[in-house]
Design a protein around this ligand. Structure first.
Ligand SMILES: [Zn+2]
Ligand SMILES: [Zn+2]
Length: 181
C-alpha cells in the first residue's frame, strides 16, 4: 500500500485517516510467514516539519520453533509511530515557520516524493517485533539429538540419553582411565 500524501504535505495541520486492509506479506525469509491479512488504521497529521503517522495494525505470523523446528503462529499487534520528514517546503509552511531547507539525504527512505510506502513500514515493524529465538512454547522439549524425533509428541525409542546426566558420563570416563592404569 503506497499512499500519496501530497494533500497532507501541502496543507499545514491537515489530517487524513486510512483503514489498513492489506494482504499478508509473504516475503520475510528465514522461516517466517505472514499468514493473515494486515488490518488496522493509521492517521497522518501535518505538523509543519513532519507528517506524523499514528495508528496500529495486527496480523498473524507463522514462525519456525528454534528448538523443534515446528511451525507455530503468533498474533502480532503493533503500533505505528512514525515521523516523516517533509522534504522541501510549501508556501503555507514557509509562511508558518521560517526553517532551513531540509537536505536531500535526510529524506525518509519510506517517504519519497510525497509517496509513503506503508507496506514497507509494516514489513519493517514486523521484522523488528519477531523474537530472535522463537519458541512454540516455553516448555518445548525440542528434538531428540539421536533420532530427530519431536519430543513434544512423547518420548522416542532411543535408549536413555547419557547427555541428560553429563556427570555420569564423565564418571564413566574417569573409571575407564583408572582401570587402564
Ligand atoms: Zn518447539
Ligand atoms: Zn530419539
Amino acid at each position: 500500500m503506497r499512499l500519496d500524501l501530497t494533500e497532507i504535505v501541502t496543507h499545514l495541520g491537515k489530517q487524513i485517516s486510512y483503514e489498513i486492509d492489506e494482504p499478508p506479506i509473504e516475503d520475510f525469509g528465514g522461516g517466517v510467514w505472514c499468514v493473515a491479512p494486515i488490518l488496522g488504521h493509521v492517521t497522518f497529521t501535518n505538523t509543519g516539519r513532519h507528517v506524523v503517522a499514528r495508528g496500529s495494525f495486527s496480523t498473524t505470523v507463522e514462525l519456525e520453533c528454534s528448538r523443534c523446528l515446528r511451525a507455530h503462529s503468533m498474533l502480532l499487534e503493533l503500533p505505528i509511530e512514525e515521523e516523516l520528514q517533509i522534504a522541501g517546503h510549501t508556501i503555507e509552511m514557509l509562511e508558518a515557520a521560517d526553517e532551513d531547507e531540509i537536505p536531500e539525504e535526510e529524506r525518509e527512505p519510506l517517504f519519497v516524493d510525497n509517496i509513503f510506502d506503508l507496506t514497507e513500514l509494516i514489513r519493517q515493524s514486523i521484522l523488528l517485533a519477531l523474537p530472535i529465538k522463537p519458541l512454540c512454547s516455553e516448555e518445548c522439549r525440542g528434538l531428540c539429538p539421536h533420532c530427530g524425533a519431536n519430543l513434544n509428541d512423547g518420548p522416542c525409542g532411543c535408549p536413555p540419553d547419557v547427555d541428560a546426566n553429563p556427570f555420569a558420563a564423565l564418571a564413566e570416563i574417569f573409571e575407564n582411565e583408572e582401570s587402564v592404569e
